[in-house]
Every structure is written in C-alpha cells, then in structure tokens.
Design a protein around this ligand. Sequence first.
Ligand code: ADP
Length: 351
Amino acid sequence: SGYHRVLEENRKLYNQVQDLKGSIRVYCRVRPFLAGSNRLSTLGDIEEGNITIITPSKYGKEGRRLFSFNKVFGPSATQEEVFSDTQPLIRSVLDGYNVCIFAYGQTGSGKTYTMTGPKEFTEQSLGVNYRALSDLFLLSEQRKDTFCYDVSVQMIEIYNEQVRDLLVTDEIRNSSQKGLNVPDANLVPVASTSDVIYLMNIGLRNRAVGATALNDRSSRSHSCLTVHVQGRDLTSGTILRGCMHLVDLAGSERVEKSEVTGERLKEAQHINKSLSALGDVISSLAQKNSHVPYRNSKLTQLLQDSLGGQAKTLMFVHISPEPDAIGETISTLKFAERVATVELGAARLNK
Ligand code: ADP
C-alpha cells in the first residue's frame, strides 16, 4: 500500500543518513504512562524507525503524522536495549573518536531516566552514563595486551550561561588535574565503575544543592558528564585521544512569555538561547559554512570538539505519550526531524 511504500522510502533514506560518517543519529524514545495517568494516548504505530502521532482535530476527525528516525524505542524498551544500540558509538571513543550524546525533550519526558536512571535505581534500570563507563572499562581490559588507557571524568552544570563544576570536594581538589575545555572544572581520574558511581553521586548531590522546593533547577539547566580517554599503543607508543560528552539538556518546552517573570523569565531566555545556539551550530555545519557559531553559548563552546568534523553525534529525543503533551510532542519531533537530516561531516573537510 501507499503507506508502506512511504515507510520503506523513509527507512531507506534514514539508513543512508545513518551510514554517513559524521552525521547525527537521532533515536526517539517514548516513555511509558506514569502511574495514575489516563491511558488515552497520542501514539499510533511504532515500527523500527517510524512513529505515527495521532493528533486530535477540532472537526472530530483524527490527524496522523508520520516521523522517521534512525530508531524509535517504544514505552516498553528497556535500558539495556537502549544502551545496546548506543554501544558501538561509545566504544569508538577508545579508538580516538569524539562522541556527543544528547538527551532532548520537554521536562518529564524521560531525559534523566535515559542518561542516569530513575531516582531509586537497580542494576537493570541504570542509565546510559553508568553503562557507558562500565563498558569502556570492560573494553579497555580486553585490550590490555595492546593498549594502555587512562580514563578521567568531568561533571558540570550550565545554568543561566554560568558553568558550575559539580565535582568539588576537598578530596577531589587534591587529586584532580585541571580540565581541558572548561579550564576551571576538575578532571578526575577513574579506574573502575565504582569510582564512577562514587563521583556521580557527588555530582548529583552538588546539583541538588542549587534547587529549592519551588525551583527544580535540574529541569532548567544542562548537565554534562565528560569522559576523557587517552590510549597508548603498547607496540608503537602512539597516543590516541578520545572524548565523550553525555548531556542531559534543559527542558525544551516553550514558556509563554506572559506567564513568566523575574528569575523564571531569565532562565527561560537562557535555555532558549542555548538550545537555539545548538540548532544554529548544527544547521551551519549542515550548510557547510566556514564559520560555525560555536561561541554563541556556553553549551556549544563546551561541545565544540565533539560536533562536526569526524565527531559522532547521537541525539535521544524524548516524548511523553499523554494527550496533554501533544503540542510539545509535535514540536519536539519536528525539531528532531530537522536534526536527523543533517550531515555534519563535510564542514571541516571542505575548508
Ligand atoms: P526529564 O529528565 O525529561 O525531566 P525524567 O527522566 O525525570 O524526565 O522522567 C520523568 C518521570 O518518568 C520519572 O519519574 C522517571 O522515573 C519516569 N520515566 C521516564 N522514562 C521512563 C521509562 N522509560 N520507564 C519508566 N519510567 C520512566
């Protein structure tokens, strides 16, 4: 049927995009209904890289809109399934690639769940951040006869265009090196998954310090875990450097200007500024402009080495299934669709 032909064409196109080195991969993830919410859903079919959204219509007839991505994870997808599709990208850090993984979506759509996990976590519910680090240790152990790897991490928060180091304790201060991209943030050497869990707990605690009951700041700040890897080839002595940014972005929801004043308005403006600066960098790379506006926000400055060129980028786009989220869901998916068609590789090669 026509519908299936469209699906097939979409799939072909997006597989081609996926194959391009340096392109942005986009994975969409739909979170399950939360306990207590009603079961009316905006979701139609989910099939491999395609998702259909059902939009209510004023005229009594439903609308349907098909979106295509490299992959769509439905509400029942497990953390393990989500990670296993991300693993090859993460592993390329040990081969000297720069990697950037974003979580994008409105507040409450599951960004933190994907990257970190739920508040009370079990081994099964651990997010991409933990799994990525354990996997890097596992792989470096497997390669220990040929490579010697040093791994260190940085954890920062960007709130109102201010960068705050989340890894600050006296103990860390005495053992860390100074970071590369964010000169003031501690870069802490790690040797095992338990080191990482220990540091991430410090980071999460420090992040919570900025929040009050009325102001859950985590939804209005970007948080970024950066992993630096240095590998020495034991035969040739050659050094490889790779870097990975794991970014939990601020909530992408549009704020009605009339509804916010003061501190909230300032926050909203800063979020809009950095998310649109990210969009501008991506589209300028796509248009192969010789000038890429990395310096327009703290976020894009931080990620400069990991966007464009040979860097590999993955965006997890999160949506909620509830009908009252439909407006944000559609605008999130439209943004994601634009990102998905971008090819990043050529910008620097053409210079
Ligand atoms: P965000 O970071 O986008 O604001 P959260 O990750 O905090 O959203 O998710 C909101 C709520 O939904 C949390 O209680 C979280 O545990 C839950 N949640 C999100 N995604 C999933 C999922 N895939 N499976 C189960 N619960 C989820």
